[in-house]
Design a protein around this ligand. Structure first.
Ligand SMILES: Cc1ncc(COP(=O)(O)O)c(C=O)c1O
Length: 474
């Protein structure tokens, strides 16, 4: 791999996990809770990270396409962010911002308002994406005096008990056996061109069907429009498998919001700060949310923080509290500010356009080349590859997905997988060198090729998909 930028070349020299990783993982599994005891998905113990390369305690190195689930948009620990965090830590230490404020807090709030989509003139601090979502719902209900939230099935908003109980969050992954059904929410399916629930295909597909469902069913049989405070929606569903709604969908949803006075609560926890090629995904459709929820990439690889951007109406005179002890401690704010400046200064969004073009060139053709590649979806540096057992039934292929991930781990590419799911995701740092990204995409293609020669047996439990789903595209 020739590159103008220096980095350690990915290379995996041991079986996975390597001997030292195995020893440590076994120690961990004796003392941690259930979900952390399994290490089949990620069979390594981190030793260090530098830029786009992640190294384990056995000396294996991977190209990082996970980026701390999107929280390190400029690579592992960008110098500008690290310096700002350390300087602010030395100067201010930890401080509870909603009691004692400081300059980094004020500068960050001003900067966010400067770069935000038009109309978002206020900021509320938060600790995590989950809490930003919770606050967003409270703000919308308080500002409108209405009780209900309209949301979309197949999204992910975090793991607070309200969200897992109420928001259709990833039933198989995080709520199995613990979902409770709380009042205050109604749902429509999230637009999914590949697996449209109401589409009997083949034939023309149109995202407007979800809005028809809201208008003709939900608002007729379940809830009066005047009861709805706001619509909680991800502009592109991340955990749901990189689902990208159409222009028409947004046009009609915006129309409903205006007609009925619903606040648009845009969950950009995963899509903010350049992930999809624009600073906010809202810019792709020129959306005008009333509330925009931030997290992950906002931290820029510094210290954790999240937040809510809102209109004057939603936030200026609100008496709803957001935040908490750890919300916007000064070092986290200093790091976030340095991160925003670095994304703009380094023209990281131009690099994202290059990465997206490479993904289009190398990954998209797999749909025609491999029976098991159902769909490739690319929104900037937010990429999903959906695996299916075959083209006709498009039944989900979680075992194929798992084997591709294992193969990629052996080849030095670390992306996002979750057992039981069938969309492999890549979200590299926005500034990953294009040659490293191209090499990684080549590895993905080769791994798919390899696994397609020995397709694994898929679990029978997913048989129902074969009869219930239809190819959505004509
Ligand atoms: C869209 C979205 N909202 C909210 C969250 C929750 O954020 P956090 O994990 O910081 O609580 C996530 C996390 O993946 C997310 O993807």
């Amino acid at each position: 791999m020739a590159s103008s930028v220096e980095y350690v070349v990915p290379s995996v020299q041991t079986a996975l996990p390597g001997p030292r990783s195995r020893e440590l993982l076994e120690q961990q599994s004796r003392v941690v809770y259930g979900p952390m005891r399994e290490y089949d998905e990620m069979p390594l113990v981190l030793a260090s990270k530098a830029d786009w390369i992640l190294t384990d305690v056995d000396g294996n190195a991977w190209a990082d396409h996970q980026s701390c689930w999107g929280s390190t948009p400029l690579g592992a620990h960008p110098a500008a962010v690290e310096e700002a965090v350390i300087e602010a830590q030395a100067r201010y230490g930890m401080e509870i911002t909603d009691y004692v404020t400081s300059e980094p807090v004020i500068s960050l709030a001003k900067r966010l308002v400067e770069i935000a989509p038009p109309g978002l003139t206020r900021v509320a601090p938060s600790v995590s994406g989950t809490l930003a979502v919770e606050s967003g719902l409270k703000f919308a209900r308080a500002a409108t005096g209405r009780p209900m939230i309209l949301s979309f099935l197949g999204q992910y908003h975090g793991e607070a008990s309200l969200l897992t109980a109420a928001l259709g969050t990833d039933l198989s992954e995080v709520t199995t056996g613990s979902a409770q059904y709380v009042p205050g929410f109604v749902f429509a399916p999230y637009p999914n061109a590949f697996r449209a629930p109401f589409h009997k295909g083949p034939g023309p597909y149109d995202d407007g069907m979800y809005i028809d469902f809201i208008e003709d069913w939900l608002l007729v049989h379940q809830v009066e429009p005047e009861q709805i405070a706001g619509v909680l929606i991800e502009p592109i569903a991340g955990e749901g498998g990189i689902l990208i709604p159409s222009d028409e969908f947004w046009r009609r949803l915006t129309g409903l919001c205006q007609r009925f006075g619903w606040m648009m609560i845009l969950d950009e926890v995963q899509t903010c700060m350049g992930r999809c090629g624009t600073m906010f995904a809202a810019e792709r459709w020129d959306l005008r949310p009333d509330l925009l929820l931030l997290g992950k990439g906002m931290a820029a690889g510094g210290q954790p923080l999240a937040g809510v951007l809102g209109t004057e109406r939603a936030l200026a005179d609100s008496d709803v509290h957001s935040g908490g002890t750890f919300a916007w401690v000064p070092p986290a704010c200093a790091g976030a500010l340095a991160g925003i400046d670095a994304i703009l200064r380094e023209n990281a969004l131009d690099n994202v356009a290059q990465l997206a073009a490479i993904a289009e060139e190398v990954l998209t053709p797999m749909v025609d080349q491999y029976e098991q590649v159902g769909d490739v979806r690319i929104a900037g540096a937010f990429i999903g590859i959906e695996f299916v057992t075959d083209r006709d039934t498009i039944a989900p292929a979680p075992a194929f997905h798992r084997d591709v991930h294992h193969e990629l781990m052996r080849r030095g590419v670390l992306g996002i997988t979750q057992w039981g799911k069938w969309v492999y995701r890549m979200q590299p740092a926005l500034n990953m060198p294009p040659d490293l990204f191209r090499w990684s995409c080549d590895q993905v293609r080769d791994a798919v090729d390899e696994v397609s020669k020995r397709p694994p047996e898929e679990p029978q439990i997913l048989d129902r998909w074969q009869s219930e789903t239809r190819r959505a595209r004509g």
